[in-house]
Design a protein. Structure first.
Length: 223
């Protein structure tokens, strides 16, 4: 894995360039304190625009061009911000409906637009949030994950247009995880590395989904 800065790392596998760009969410500051651990700096003045632009510049430096495709996710970071902004109430924390609505209709769509504006040649997608197991001290709850995914599925079901979230691809990571979990709750421990992060099997199948999407718009269509 090659690192160019605190928020950008990449690797090359058989000619395929895969990059990770850290984004602490569309709802902060304040961000979760882990933001400072990742960026090695004070995050009070961090903005999504700064990090997005920096990541696109790193992509051009590393690969010679803007990314072909970008998948955006900020679900857990945003949910952590909601909890902190609410004064860290009792956990598991369930965000008020109006807070989720503001994120769904303003915060996250604006983040997507900022990504597209910074990298206009890229195809941009977002992904659904996979289920979590409660862990104290992060402000997360499965209720918030389900509210986020309900927002995403509602956006996808709307008519396709050149405005709003409808123009972006949705990658259903949540659906993939649920399929792998099946009806066995114990499978969580084998599929996840911890309470929040899916492990290798899920990650490989998720990347396969993303590559199928990329292949769909890079393969020339028959005339």
């Amino acid at each position: 894995m090659n690192h160019l800065s605190g928020n950008f790392a990449y690797c090359t596998v058989r000619g395929l360039n895969l990059a990770y760009s850290f984004q602490p969410g569309a709802s902060g500051p304040p961000y979760d304190p882990w933001c400072e651990q990742v960026l090695h700096r004070n995050c009070t003045d961090v903005t999504p625009e700064q990090l997005i632009q920096q990541s696109v510049e790193h992509s051009v430096k590393a690969f010679g061009s803007q990314p072909s495709a970008i998948v955006v996710d900020s679900s857990l970071w945003d949910a952590a911000s909601w909890w902190r902004q609410a004064g860290k109430p009792h956990e598991p924390y369930v965000a008020p409906r109006e807070r989720v609505s503001r994120w769904c209709n303003a915060d996250f769509p604006q983040l997507m637009e900022k990504v597209q504006d910074a990298s206009p040649r890229s195809k941009v997608a977002f992904r659904t949030a996979p289920r979590i197991k409660f862990a104290e001290g992060y402000g997360h709850s499965q209720d918030n994950i389900e509210a986020i995914n309900a927002c995403f599925h509602a956006k996808e079901s709307q008519s396709t247009s050149d405005r709003g979230m409808e123009k972006f691809k949705m990658v259903d990571l949540s659906g993939l995880v649920e399929k792998l979990l099946g009806s066995d709750p114990a499978a969580f421990s084998t599929l996840y590395e911890d309470s929040f992060h899916p492990g290798r099997l899920v990650s490989m199948q998720y990347i396969d989904q993303v590559l199928q999407w990329v292949h769909s718009f890079q393969t020339p269509k028959a005339s």
